[in-house]
Design a protein around this ligand. Structure first.
Ligand SMILES: C[S@@+](CC[C@H](N)C(=O)[O-])C[C@H]1O[C@@H](n2cnc3c(N)ncnc32)[C@H](O)[C@@H]1O
Length: 285
């Protein structure tokens, strides 16, 4: 019994120490590189830091801190691990269906449209939106600002090149999302790669933007931030929602990830969901 209590105490001390080391690591990164992960959801960040340390064959967070602060290449890989980059074209097809049904009719009334896709990863979501807008006759009057804090992601997105083998899944998603054309018309196949055609990419501007530290940069008719805030704690979610609210046009649309039950109380009365469970919201009149 006494042994068990002693083991529990030791475990608690080890966890305390890990918490201290994690705080120091995140503080060091913020001060040295300007990336601020201190308000990311704690459980998720601990998991990723542990995985990264293991992959680097390091046995403590302090050892990782030494590497990350003194080696830019390690830091760049660290950012890749922390920022979950998973994405697909027409991800959660039901969201795009809802967008066609609820947002498109309103957007058709504007002569010029600005979209902000925050946390766009490697660009698949931006190309999906551009295809949808093209089919709805809106692309020519639209400018899509697709941003992410990872420069590697932005560089990849700018190339607009994806593995050809992914196109089978993307075609299925596209059809589920309400697409009626031949999806292969939107890319050209070169060996094992698919390059999105320029009429789809030419109205997209990819740029680096950090939701934690950067400001708003325009007013937008539509803001999509899907599967990003799920990695933030409540305080940071509220900060980002404020940023979006300052950036959204009257009667503008805001899209979140289909599984994101994020909507800080202070904003609930200002937005109405367009179709239950779609996570597509419109600013109320
Ligand atoms: C899971 S992906 C989501 C991609 C896309 N929105 C989708 O739903 O498929 C999350 C993206 O958020 C980006 N991200 C994480 N923290 C960010 C921050 N502070 N500012 C901007 N982007 C961030 C990551 O780099 C990553 O590309």
């Amino acid at each position: 019994m006494r042994e068990a209590t002693e083991t529990t105490r030791k475990q608690a001390r080890r966890l305390d120490l890990e918490e201290i080391e994690l705080d120091l690591l995140l503080e060091g990164i913020q001060r040295h590189y300007g990336y601020d992960f201190r308000d990311y959801a704690r459980a998720s960040i601990i998991r990723r830091v542990e995985k990264f340390s293991k992959d680097q064959c390091l046995n403590s967070i302090s050892a990782l801190q030494e590497q990350v602060l003194h080696n830019n290449a390690v830091m760049s890989n660290f950012v890749d691990t922390i920022s979950v980059n998973v994405t697909t074209m027409f991800r959660n097809a039901e969201f795009f269906q809802a967008f066609r049904k609820h947002a498109v009719p309103r957007l058709q009334t504007y002569p010029y449209l600005r979209f902000w896709l925050a946390g766009c990863s490697t660009g698949e979501e931006a190309f999906s939106l551009a295809i949808l807008l093209h089919e709805e006759g809106l692309l020519e009057r639209s400018r899509i600002y697709a941003t992410d804090f990872s420069s590697k992601n932005i560089q990849r997105a700018k190339r607009g090149v994806f593995p050809l083998k992914s196109m089978k899944d993307y075609t299925r998603n596209y059809i589920r999302a309400g697409g009626v054309c031949d999806f292969s018309e939107y890319y050209s196949a070169q060996y094992d790669q698919a390059k999105l055609k320029s009429f789809i990419s030419s109205n997209i501007s990819f740029a680096q933007h950090n939701l934690v530290t950067d400001q708003s940069f325009n007013e937008f008719h539509v803001i999509l931030c899907r599967n990003v805030m799920i990695y933030f704690n409540k305080q940071l979610q509220e900060h980002v929602m404020n940023l979006f609210h300052d950036s959204i046009a009257p009667l503008g649309f805001l899209g979140l990830g289909i599984k994101e039950a994020i909507f800080p109380t202070s904003f609930r009365s200002l937005y109405a969901e367009q179709g239950e469970g779609t996570r597509l919201f419109q600013v109320k009149n």
